[in-house]
Ligand binder design. Sequence first.
Ligand SMILES: [Ca+2]
Length: 746
Amino acid sequence: MAKDPVKSNLDVDYVVSFRIDPKDKDGSVSQFKQLIRALAGVGLTTEVRTGDETSLLVFIKAADEQVLSNVVYRSRMKDWLYGIRQVQPVQDTVSALTNEPLTDAERHRHIYQMITALPEDGGAGVTPNSGEWKRVEAVFPLHDHARNKKWLSEFSRKTFLSPEDLDDIKDAVGEQIGFYYAFLQSYFTFMIFPAAFGFSCWVLLGSFSPVYGIVNVVWCLVFVEYWKRQEQELSIRWGVKNVSVIQDKRRDFEPEKVITDSITGEKRPYFSAKTRLYRQLLQIPLAFLCFVGLGTIIITCYSIEIFISEVYDGPFKSVLTFTPVILLTLAVPPMSAFLTSFAERLTFYENYETKDAHDKAMVSKVFVINFITSYTAIFLTAFVYVPFATILVPYLDIFGLTMKPFAENDAQLKTPAPQTFNINPNRLKNQMIYFAVTAQIVNFATETILPLVTQKGQQKYKEMSNSRATRHGGASPLPDENDAPEERDFLRRVRHEAALPEYDVTSDLREMCIQFGYLSLFSVVWPLTPVSYFINNWIELRGDTFKLTTESKRPNPARADSIGPWLSSLEFLAWLGSITTAALCYMFSGSEDGLGPDGRPHLIKGWALLLCIFCSEHIFLVARLAVRTAFGKLDSANMRKERSERFMVRRKFLEEAGLGHAVKPLGGNGSGPNSPLRAVAEEQGTAALGDITRATLEEDARSETLTEGGDPESMRFWRRQRGWREAERVGVGLMGDLDWEGKKEK
Ligand SMILES: [Ca+2]
């Protein structure tokens, strides 16, 4: 097969980018030697080329298929041992790969394991950017450009991805990203209903319609339950069910001591759950810090915004309105970065044994931070500004000081008396429209377009500075100067890929989770929200594909059996939605003009509001139970398949242990161990089938019962016919005695 250097990867499995420290030649050289030796030690072949000005690229592939198939066999055996795969892998390693060919993702995963796993687990132990391997900048596979191109063009032409498309994604980049795509796809498909329903509600019922509220809450609930189910189905389809139990140990895990497992007898590191619980208690001050730190910033900016837009009446008003937004965009990211790093440190301190547990703990903290940054402003409008504005706005006059330089006279800064102040009835709706439309566009731009522009800009800058340096002479030699001509295109491509950032599926999942939150918590404010999200999510999937295939390094495939801890965030948001929706519906659809409580809380009866929330939330819990039960009753082909596979495994075991007959079906074909037919073969040739008349048998029976003990009645009954053959014969004989119709006619 002819190989196009741009289209094929020249059989390269992996690339390691090694950063040279120009100030430390000896250190760089010795670590490089160590790297090559470590890789060779586990059976990987290497080729080295120049990277950029101060880096080397180490190309890696498995020395031969035998090496890889050994690794695959061991991994499959481990899966089997942990119950992830039901079919025992065949021992013949060579035929293993032909019978069960590896997908790209699996091949990459195994090679990545060989590079990064600890030496005691059979790997080279190379850990990028950490410890002794700090010069190893990145370990990554190469993009499959033909496939990427196919995805980009195919996905942009269809509305829904087929299950085969999802399989294809999973085969190329691993199950973890496969699950994200499957989630996005299910979410998008499920959104058709609320989009259509929301549109009709918008036309017919307007905002704050309890009908829309109820339907939306139920929809969120059904979707989360449906996705849970879908996740299970997929994990069976992709053969990764329970894969989370096999998660690799975290390297940073520090055990208290080593104990012997009482069941398996293996020695294993141990960290007491009690100590961890004490450490986890630190999450309480962290949450407090998040609320205070982020809350202060957001509430302050929010108040300034209200003051400027609704109190201030002086010059530059239209320009000044943007100050709080600018303040917010400047202050919130550093604050959440600080809190995230704090959360990271805390999660490390909590010292989890596996990567999964660590990630889960981290995600739950990140969720709190995101929850505050995303929803505080709209919570303030709905539950503070709208009901209490007339009471609270007079207190905003402290912000008058900040506006003083702009105001012409004091009247422009004076907060109105509660009687004369009118709230902006559209504030809540405008805010929701912002989150449903504008924020989505901004997100798309920062996520997909900005990186592209930055990358192009950097490339251009590099080219320009290079050519300037060449013109002035004395330029350092370009990295591609020594490339062999036939490799030039390929190497240029690899250098480009090496410079790309890493793809992080968590950020994409987080984005969707936050969006689901707006839908569940506040979409009753503006029923067109699901329409906007429906359109956005179509674009989102294509944008993310572009990010994955063009703007990032190809990710290291990871296995997963779910979208991970985000699922519990979705559950939480669906539940919270039942509360906020009820509260919003009560407060707003209760007022005569439909504009809500008008900033004066007298319209809201506290007891009625609480009753409303209480009922809604309890109905939600009952409905959730019903939906779960209903989904639990559904059976699927995949689940049946898994069950029968599991059954086959156990049966095979028994067969191998010489107990196979115990699970074979009884009777029927006569092969069962208890089948009396079995005796036929053994007794062939005997006189068992000889002339037995009814009379002689009955005679026998009588005489026998007289000689043996026991209950004579039943003994006699059961002794009349000995064995199935006699029973058969007697039965046939009895039938001969009957008054057959034909006989009568004769
Ligand atoms: Ca995204």
